[in-house]
Write a protein that binds this ligand. Structure first.
Ligand code: FAD
Ligand code: EPU
Length: 333
């Protein structure tokens, strides 16, 4: 166990706060031994969905559970268990190399496998819950192991039971996914089809889809290694049909996506841009020039509080102009 270490290289925002104690865990035996002595103040994966606003006075547990195991195989699919500390993008590439589809649209999402169920990661028409089978977790208080099946995780848009009732109560140690051998590319997200068309690809392989997603993401999302950020800072708000009517009466050009339940999703990036924040810098932080929903840390000099204050100013101006409340996607510590 290490004492008083900087967390700057452990979070993609690059915020320089300290942890009083820090341990990397890679086995159940080791995890249980630690939990008997001290409960963690923070479980850390890749630190890509976190905004650290203060020093962590207790113990930070960095997840390093490894391993890839094929559990069940048929001619059409394979169920594969991934250690929760595996890097998400690397397991996407592993799946593609092994001819297994289903997660290629989730290429290049930073972070670990174990954090993927926390907010049910999603991108380009696919969410983790589409391929999820089960996960294994350890209750922090008792050290007891529990398997959570799909329906028990209560997955929603950027949501799960692990962000609600079980928040801060379990350590996820592995995640099992059902991957396909008969591929049906998911091309509902317009930009993917456009990129494939430009390359004259008519029958895309899973690698083609992954490459297209990587190309689109790289064109608008800043690379955290170059410019600190945590991806989308807020969730895209979902509003009622009545509220949507009021919004479009005033702003007929509002970008929107109808939801199956009759509500509408409004891209937070559009709302933030309309309030004049896109590309605007405030001290060492700001809203990114290509994607207003991504808040950034210039030169690694911003404090967590500076970023949080900017987020609150953005939230207030969107509320005042559109009467829509943006809620953070990023976990603010
Ligand atoms: P961390 O940031 O380390 O942790 C996130 C939360 O999960 C924390 O509350 C932490 O305590 C908890 N946690 C982590 N691991 C465990 C565990 N093993 N057990 C219990 N709790 C745990 N997200 C998307 O959904 N779609 C995107 O397209 C997307 N694009 C992004 C692009 C960029 C450039 C960046 C920086 C982020 C993006 N994200 C996206 C957000 C982020 O990548 C995901 O939320 C990712 O799953 C976070 O993984 P992590 O390991 O870094 O989690
Ligand atoms: N837009 C603007 N101005 C901006 C940004 C976006 O007007 O500055 C509008 C554009 O009309 C654009 C639309 O918003 O067409 C949607 O933008 P984009 O395709 O970039 O996606 P998003 O809704 O901003 C969501 C996820 C991303 C995910 C992409 C692709 C959320 C909160 N974010 O972003 O996830 O990668 O879709 O599926 O749902 C993340 O969660 O961290 C993340 C990056």
């Amino acid at each position: 166990m290490e004492q008083n270490i900087s967390l700057q290289s452990y979070n993609t925002f690059g915020i320089d706060v300290h942890a009083a104690r820090f341990a990397t865990v890679h086995s159940l035996k080791q995890l249980r031994a630690i939990l008997r002595k001290e409960q963690p103040a923070l479980i850390l994966g890749g630190g890509s969905n976190l905004l650290l606003t203060k020093n962590v006075e207790g113990l930070v547990l960095k997840n390093d559970f490894r391993g890839i195991e094929r559990l069940k195989e048929t001619k059409d699919s394979a169920i594969v268990r991934f250690g929760a500390g595996e890097n998400w993008h690397e397991i996407v590439l592993w799946a593609i190399e092994n001819g297994l589809g289903g997660i290629e649209n989730l290429s290049l999402i930073p972070g670990t496998v174990g954090a993927a169920p926390i907010q049910n990661i999603g991108a380009y028409g696919v969410e983790l819950c589409d391929v999820f089978v089960e996960l294994e977790a350890i209750y922090l208080k008792s050290g007891r192991k529990r398997v959570f099946h799909l329906e028990e995780c209560k997955f929603g848009y950027r949501d799960s039971v692990f962000k609600r009732r079980l928040k801060g109560k379990v350590f996820i140690t592995s995640v099992s996914l059902k991957l396909t051998k008969k591929h049906q590319p998911q091309l509902s997200y317009g930009a993917i089809g456009k990129v494939l068309e430009e390359q004259s690809i008519k029958k895309p392989t899973i690698k083609d889809v992954s490459d297209a997603v990587i190309q689109i993401r790289s064109s608008k999302l800043p690379d955290p290694k170059v410019l600190g950020n945590s991806g989308s800072f807020f969730k895209n708000p979902e509003i009622s049909a009545a509220k949507f009517k009021v919004l479009t009466a005033k702003f007929p050009e509002a970008v929107h996506y109808p939801l199956p339940d009759g509500r509408f999703k409004i891209p937070a990036g559009w709302l933030i841009e309309q309030c004049g924040w896109k590309g605007k810098r405030v001290g060492n932080t700001g809203a990114h020039k290509n994607q207003a929903l991504v808040l950034v840390n210039y030169d690694g000099k911003a404090t967590g509080k500076e970023v949080f204050d900017l987020a609150m100013s953005i939230q207030a101006s969107v509320q005042s102009k559109f009467d829509i409340l943006l809620t953070p996607e990023v976990n603010v510590i």
